[in-house]
Design a protein around this ligand. Sequence first.
Ligand code: ADP
Length: 219
Amino acid sequence: GQMAAALSHEINQPLAAIETYAANTKRALALGRQEIAEGNLDRIAAMVARISELSGTLLSFSRKPATRLQPVAVQAALQEALILIRPKADRSGVAITVDPALDGVMVEAGRIRLSQVFVNLFGNAIDALEGRADGRVAVELKSAGERVCLHVRDNGPGIAPELAGEVFEPFFTTRDGQGSGLGLSIVYNIMQDFGGSVTLLPAEGGAVFELRLKAAQAE
Ligand code: ADP
């Protein structure tokens, strides 16, 4: 049951993005904007490839293989996550900014899985910022050495300290009827697979998630 729920949770974001880009392509074609339509079709194709890779990744959990890690540019994973989440962020008027200091930073990870981490954290922040005109999410590089430390911060309502121990549990949600409660547990498991970690930091005025990853050398 958990596997089925996780699969549908992870596939929902790319499906929603495909729907948006498809509608946008129709408008672009009606206006004769061929180049916009072509760009959108490329994105749709990339998201379909992502869905098949996601389902492959999730199926492979049932076989528990040693997870393969490789050097991944944090920016590449972030850009991929942004393509997916931007339609949702734009609909909600939330601005997402990425620290330019992240350029060139490489970590031990899997590119799709690292982008899943960002998609889930961004998606949660956007949900928490619902109805706010000044919603912001920022990705910041805190330190880089043997370990790379990143913060994903938003200016939403934050998370009560007494819930800090529970938010990473599967099926824990405060969004009755809307949340699956799987996003943060998926983030937690992926970060474990990378030999890294995710923690919720005590913060005022919003939620701050700290990601720690092993640094990798560019090949
Ligand atoms: P879901 O989003 O489906 O509820 P998650 O596992 O992604 O499941 O998140 C669990 C809970 O953690 C959410 O229901 C919400 O209460 C809280 N949460 C997660 N991220 C944030 C955030 N950025 N701001 C406020 N609350 C958050």
